[in-house]
Design a binder for this molecule. Structure first.
Ligand SMILES: Nc1ncnc2c1ncn2[C@@H]1O[C@H](COP(=O)(O)OP(=O)(O)OP(=O)(O)O)[C@@H](O)[C@H]1O
Ligand SMILES: [Mg+2]
Length: 251
């Protein structure tokens, strides 16, 4: 579905990614792990069009999306969350999720001007309902009318994911969705990721938490200093000497 082909990314003299290739398959939870600074966020930035690659290509099905701008890639069905990102505190939870729809159906300017204040237009109502439905997937629809600022960090992470899920992308890139969360909350994120896969979105999860991906991912790619050092099942990764060395250091 999504193919990364020999992608390199240089920042001046720093090589953040070196000839990295891997495939994201439909309906498979793909984990990307690696130590700090190994290039995990950079590969997401390249896929989502936020950073130009130095060399290599990225294909969505048969379409070469390497040179496409971020908004177009998003419209083609690749969405992402950001590491450590937050909600808009002055918007309600449901409004935060609504803001994830890239192109609210063509809004009728005249209607917007002349309708009574506080009366929602039909397309707004539709969008609102869709956002509540999305919150239901995450079991946080009870919090729909709370302010973004009222939620604790774990809840805010869920809403952030809901904001990306509402547009039903083909691929959802999640950058450290469990960062800063405790064990139980991390498990909950794992369950959510499986749910996302079950509704037909292919999740790609960046994490440096090996345990979390062991329990969640079907397949993983391991990066170390910008290079792919392993790909395969989580079980195989645990036995791979290069992975263990990158993670645990030489004994
Ligand atoms: N915009 C940038 N300009 C310059 N250097 C960058 C930029 N973005 C990333 N880097 C560098 O590229 C390397 C890879 O960074 P990246 O953020 O992709 O790592 P990461 O695997 O996501 O790490 P972490 O686990 O800390 O999130 C690092 O050395 C980083 O300092
Ligand atoms: Mg990162």
């Amino acid at each position: 579905m999504l193919s990364i082909k020999e992608v390199s990314k240089h920042f001046g003299g720093l090589i953040a990614l070196k000839n990295v290739s891997f495939n994201i398959e439909e309906n498979r939870i793909h984990g990307i792990i690696g130590p700090n600074g190994s290039g995990k966020t950079t590969i997401f930035n390249c896929i989502s069009g936020l950073l130009p690659v130095t060399s290599g290509n990225i294909f969505l099905d048969d379409l070469n999306i390497t040179e496409k701008p971020a908004y177009e890639i998003s419209k083609l069905g690749i969405r992402r969350t950001f590491q450590g990102a937050d909600l808009v505190p002055s918007m309600t939870v449901v409004e935060n999720v609504m803001s994830g729809i890239y192109n609210p159906q063509k809004s009728d300017i005249i209607q917007t001007f002349f309708r009574k204040p506080f009366k929602k237009s039909d397309s707004e109502k539709e969008l609102y309902n869709k956002a509540v439905e999305t919150l239901k997937i995450f079991n946080i629809n009870d919090s729909a009318e709370r302010w973004g600022s009222e939620l604790v960090w774990a809840e805010r992470q869920l809403v952030q994911i809901a904001r990306a899920v509402i547009s039903m992308p083909k691929v959802l890139l999640l950058d450290e969705p469990a960062a800063g969360l405790g064990n139980n909350e991390t498990k909950q994120i794992g369950t959510i990721i499986k749910k996302i896969r079950d509704i037909g979105i292919t999740p790609v999860v960046v994490s440096h938490d090996m345990k979390m991906l062991m329990d969640t991912a079907d397949y993983i790619t391991v990066l170390n200093f910008g290079e792919k050092i392993f790909e395969g099942s989580p079980e195989q990764a645990m036995k791979d000497s290069r992975v263990l060395e990158a993670y645990l250091g030489k004994e």
